[in-house]
Write a protein that binds this ligand. Structure first.
Ligand code: CA
Length: 719
């Protein structure tokens, strides 16, 4: 080839490159659909959300030499749930409080950060910690949904704001914790808030401009009007008739699509997981009448227009907080000798579903936790809500006591679900879906009507008596309960319809998953270890102790032939906040992003662990009613400060100097002195006398705790 020809070829190549989008994160549909092995371009890596990486440089044989390549520490110690994305050598991630970071993926050098400055008191409207699950990228922009309901587009190169839209009525207790997805140039974003009382919907915004393209509501319009949105037709035709009179007209009905979205370009369908009812209690929400579409449903929409295609409701007449927002995964598998395009989900209700994603037809539904007919359940053992059988009509068969119509009943799963938001992962070679199971049936809840239910605007509105969630006062009984609560990593065979292997985990609240072609499954632990398991049999092959706790799902990428494995470190989320007594007892520590490679030899700085302060209760007392304080605590404080104030995750109120004097306690609870930290004023719901009753209850719990602490200290001295 002549010199001129070579030059022409180079110029031509440059022109070809120049035709596409320029600059960092120049991601489009083709790039996500083709998904280069070394990159991670969308929340679940690809549109099918399989969380399977074709990278195999790190594998069964050598994973034992995996070591830390680099890490960075963040300015928040709340829960870290993000899956970072890696595109064009840059790692984009988010932390608690919806902050966004860009790092050089090879060196760890921070390129930029963006703080949307979410007001601290928005933490009050977050049922399950002030978490964020990550960003989306598209044509040079990075998109984040913020806790206060904004969708913000950032310049991928600099982190500066390009546009911002408010996606919710900020006067209502809406939040956003999910990662946006970009489909056909539309940024898709849902919302959270079903526990408080909002009306859920999914909205598509133009990625270039932020203009709204369409919106699909998940519950009816309470005034009986059309919304002027794409969901109007199916509500008029089918969904409105599945609702009756009840508190949903005040609360919006719930149905928040707060996490799962998958996309099939060939079918031009998006698949959305829909949340629980508001209030939870079907009798209070809708008079106990109707299926209440589209609560707890998997919904297929036209990817371009948002128009309804089909739905499958996992839990008709939902009354237990059984969301179907859990991870939706698409795969092409052979069932009964026939290739099927399927959609798979393991929602909170304990069934693993395989659906035909073209038609919505149910292929199979099998319990992935133990379920049994109530008649076969021994006395004292929690009753499973379903017998474990889904009928030919696609409806689960419920146990007689499941709806707690004749009084409180101990029902499994609890509102944490048998599987919560933590992502699953797929291994196409093994034909396995790995599920981070959050309970093993033992974690049950006493469900019962709240006899005093009154809708409280902006407050927690479940219609369930939270007084039933108290822990036993006897410490030995608490220890026995804790011993029953175990997590499980389950390798589920969707064709054989059963688990092939499983690993017992010490805590019920586990981390999300990553699967790789190296034959590995990665998962972090509540206790802080980051583990790699053999995908074929669950054998543990590698562990690294982060000395923190992990709930986020790991991801992996490659640069210059080197494979990196990444996990966001930092404990939190719903389980940590409300059930701390059953989880590792540890202080809250700053979040970190930790990046591993073969032979990595970096050392992470030891955490500066604050000594646990003992408070002096000498002379501390209150004349207020402890019993009233207990009820008020359960109704207002339990969800963040844990049952019986037993938690160490958000401030352990039994060890807080705030409870020593009524004025100090009132300044926080009524006057909002710590609003900026996320502790909002409760003056909307509590008066000074009620706050004092809560203090009286906390003093009682603190004295009890100090008695135990002293006993524990004596025990130590004896040894
Ligand atoms: Ca919920």
């Amino acid at each position: 080839m002549k010199r001129v020809g070579a030059l022409a070829a180079i110029v031509a190549a440059t022109l070809i490159v120049g035709c596409g989008p320029k600059g960092p994160a120049a991601v489009d549909a083709k790039r996500i659909e083709r998904a280069a092995a070394g990159e991670w371009l969308s929340y679940g890596r690809t549109y099918d959300e399989q969380r399977f990486s074709p990278l195999d440089k790190v594998n069964r044989e050598n994973v034992g030499t995996l070591g830390l390549a680099w890490y960075a520490e963040f300015d928040t110690d709340r829960g870290q749930e993000a899956t970072p994305l890696m595109v064009d050598g840059v790692l984009y991630t988010t932390t608690a409080w919806s902050k966004v970071y860009a790092f050089d993926a090879k060196t760890g050098e921070k390129k930029w950060e963006f703080d949307p400055k979410v007001p601290g008191d928005r933490g009050f409207a977050a049922c399950c910690d002030v978490v964020n699950r990550g960003v989306a990228v598209w044509e040079g922009k990075v998109f984040v949904g913020t806790l206060d309901g904004r969708l913000i587009a950032l310049d991928a190169a600099t982190g500066t704001e390009k546009w911002s839209v408010v996606t919710v009525d900020q006067a209502k207790p809406y939040t956003i914790t999910m990662a946006p997805r970009v489909v056909q140039g539309n940024v898709l974003i849902g919302n959270s808030g079903g526990e408080y009382g909002v009306r859920g919907y999914l909205t598509a915004y133009d990625a270039a401009t932020g203009d709204k393209k369409w919106r699909f509501y998940m519950t009816p319009n309470a005034e009986g009007k059309a919304d002027g949105e794409i969901s109007d037709a199916i509500f008029a035709e089918k969904a409105n008739a599945t609702w009756s009179d009840g508190a949903w007209k005040q609360s919006g009905g719930g149905g928040t699509p707060w996490d799962a979205i998958a996309y099939d370009p060939a079918l031009n369908s998006i698949f959305v997981g829909v949340g629980n009812g508001a209030p939870w209690n079907h009798r209070i929400r809708s008079g106990g009448v109707g299926d209440n579409l589209f609560l707890s449903s998997i919904l297929a929409l036209d990817a371009t227009t948002g128009a309804y295609k089909w739905h499958y409701q996992t839990t008709p007449g939902e009354t237990w907080d059984y969301t179907a927002t859990q991870h939706i995964m698409l795969a092409d598998i052979t069932v009964g000798g026939k290739p099927r395009k399927v959609l798979m989900q393991a929602p909170k209700n304990g069934f693993f579903y395989v659906l035909d994603r073209t038609t919505g037809e149910l292929i199979s539904a099998d319990p992935y936790i133990p379920m049994a007919p109530e008649a076969d359940t021994p006395a004292g053992v929690p009753i499973s809500w379903s017998t474990g059988v889904v009928g030919e009509n696609g409806r689960p068969i419920e146990n007689p006591s499941a709806r707690y119509a004749n009084g409180p009943a101990l029902i499994s799963p609890a509102p944490f679900g048998a599987h919560n938001w933590q992502p699953m992962a797929f291994n196409p070679t093994e034909g396995l879906v790995f599920i981070p199971v959050t309970t093993v049936g033992a974690l049950a809840q006493v469900y019962g009507d709240d006899p005093n239910f009154q809708y409280r605007n902006g407050g927690w509105n479940t219609g369930i008596s939270m007084n039933l969630g108290d822990l036993p006062n006897d410490e030995a009984q608490r220890a026995a309960l804790k011993a029953m609560l175990r997590g499980r990593l389950v390798a589920w065979d969707p064709v054989a319809r059963k688990a092939r292997w499983s690993v017992e985990l010490p805590s019920f609240w586990n981390a999300g998953l990553l699967s790789t072609a190296g034959g590995l499954v990665f998962q972090g632990a509540a206790e802080g270890q980051f583990h790699a398991y053999d995908a074929a049999d669950g054998k543990k092959l590698w562990s690294y102790d982060t000395t923190n706790g992990i709930i986020a799902a790991p991801m992996t990428y490659a640069i210059d032939g080197e494979q990196y494995v990444v996990v966001m470190v930092g404990f939190g989320g719903a389980g940590a906040l409300s059930a701390a007594a059953f989880l590792p007892d540890r202080p809250r520590l700053p979040g970190r992003i930790m990046v591993f490679k073969l032979g990595g030899a970096a050392q992470a700085a030891a955490y500066d662990i604050p000594p646990r302060a003992a408070i002096d209760l000498a002379g501390v007392s209150s004349r207020a009613s402890v019993a009233q304080g207990r009820s008020l605590f359960n109704a207002n404080c339990l969800v963040c400060h844990s049952a019986n104030a037993s938690g160490g995750y958000l401030p352990d109120l039994r060890r807080s100097a705030m409870i020593r004097a009524p004025e100090t306690f009132r300044s926080v609870v009524i006057d909002g002195a710590l609003q900026a930290n996320g502790m909002a004023s409760f003056s909307r719901y509590l008066n000074a006398g009620q706050a004092e009753a809560i203090r009286a209850y906390l003093i009682t719990e603190a004295r009890r705790q100090q008695g135990l602490d002293t006993a524990a200290a004596r025990q130590q001295t004896k040894k």
